[in-house]
Design a protein around this ligand. Sequence first.
Ligand SMILES: Nc1ncnc2c1ncn2[C@@H]1O[C@H](COP(=O)(O)OP(=O)(O)O)[C@@H](O)[C@H]1O
Ligand SMILES: [Mg+2]
Length: 431
Amino acid sequence: MFFRYTVKKDKRNVWDKMAPVWRKREYMVYTLLNFDAAKDIRLFGMKNWLLGKQHDILSEKQDRMLYSKNLWIYNSIFAHGMLVLSTAAVYGILIFTFLGRDMSIGDFTLYVGLSTTFTSALTNVLNNIGGFKQNSLKIDDFRSFIDLDMDREESCINIPETDKYKFEFKNVSYRYKGQEGYALKNLNITLEAGKKLAVVGLNGAGKTTFIKLLLRLYDPTEGVILLNGIDIRKFRRNEYYKIFSPVFQNVEIFAFSMAENISMKKTEETDKELVKQCIEKAGLKEKLDTLEKGVDTELLKILHDDGIDLSGGERQKLALAKALYKNAPVIVLDEPTAALDALAEYRLYKSFDEIIGGKTAVYISHRLSSTRFCDSIAMFKEGELIEQGTHEELLAKGGAYAEMFEIQAQYYKDENGDENMELRGEAAVNV
Ligand SMILES: Nc1ncnc2c1ncn2[C@@H]1O[C@H](COP(=O)(O)OP(=O)(O)O)[C@@H](O)[C@H]1O
Ligand SMILES: [Mg+2]
C-alpha cells in the first residue's frame, strides 16, 4: 500500500512536473545549437545570460530528482522497518509459545520456515502489484494520448471522390486557449469550387486563424465548417489534409536534399523531373542552375558540410515548389511573400494563379493590390468579415476596402514611382 502511495506521489510531484523542465532544457539545447541564433548570441553578448538560464533549469531538474530520490529512500526505510517489525512479532510469538512448552522443537522449526516463506512470497506479490501500478501510471499518459482521436476515427467517413470542393463557414467563431477575446467572430463565408477567394485585412485581423480552421489544424469554438455540405470533423484527418497544398508565412527547411525538401519523400520515391519543373515554375531555376549537384544539393549545414543556405526569398520559392509538387486540389497561400516587395508579391500571386489553373484557391494578404484578380475578396477586421465582393464592387462601394486600397496605392506611388501603375491596376486608370 505504502509503495503504491509513493508511486502515485512520485508521479504527481516529480514526473508530471518534469515535462516543462525537459521542454525548457530541450529549448535551451535547440537555441544554443541554432545557427540563426548565433549572430544574436555573439553581437548582443548573450552568453552569460543564456548560461545563467541553463544553470537555473538544471538546478530545477536536480531539485526535483532529489525530491524523488528522498521519497524512495523514505519508502524503502518504512517498508523494511515494517518487515523487520512483522518478522520480529512472528518470531516473538513462536519463541513465546515454544518456551511455554506448548510447541515441540519440530513444530517450532516448521512454523519459522513457513512464516519466512510466507513473508517472502507476500512481499513478492505486493512488490509485483506495486510494479504493475507503477507501469500502469507510466503508460496512462500514453493511453489518453492514443485515445484522443481514436474514438472518432472509427466513425469517420471518406473524402468525397471529386475534385470540386466547396467550403462553407457557418457562424464560425474561434477563441485561442487562455484568451479572452475571439480571434474570429461569427464568420459566414463560402469558398466556391474552382474559384479564387482572397482574404485581406490588417495584421491581427484573423486571416491566419481562418486558414488554420479551414485546414483543420484547429476546430471552431462555435459554428461549423462544411465541405460539400458535410462537417469537416467527420472526415479522417490525414485524408482531409491531403486535399490542400498550403504555403505559409514561415518556411520550414529541413537538413536534407533540395529534391527531398520539395517532394517530402525519400530520394528513391522522388520524381526528380517533376521537382525540376516545380522549381522552374516557382521561379527558383536561376538558383538551381548555380548548384553543382542540382536538386541533390543538401540544404543547411547542420548535417552536411557542403550544404547550402537559402535566402528568405529563395526559401519562400522553395515552399511554392513544394506546394506545386503536392499538386493537391485546393491551394492556400498565407502571405508566403513577406520577404518580397509589393510589386514582386503581386506578380508572384498572379503568376502562381496562372500556374495552378482552375484549382480552388485561397490567397491571403495584407496588401490589397496583390489579390485584386480574385473572384471574391473578403475583408477581415478584428476577427469579423466586414466586406465581401470583387475588387471593382468593393472599390465602387467606397467602404473600408476602398479606403485602404487608396491609402496603400498612394504609398506605392510615393515609394516606387512608375511601378505604381501596375500595382494600382484599375485604380490607376481612374487617376
Ligand atoms: N496561438 C495564438 N494564441 C493566442 N492568440 C493568438 C494566437 N495566434 C493568433 N492569435 C491572436 O489572434 C488574432 C488573429 O491573429 P491572426 O489570425 O494571426 O491574424 P492575421 O493573420 O490576420 O495577422 C490576433 O489578435 C492574434 O494576436
Ligand atoms: Mg497571418
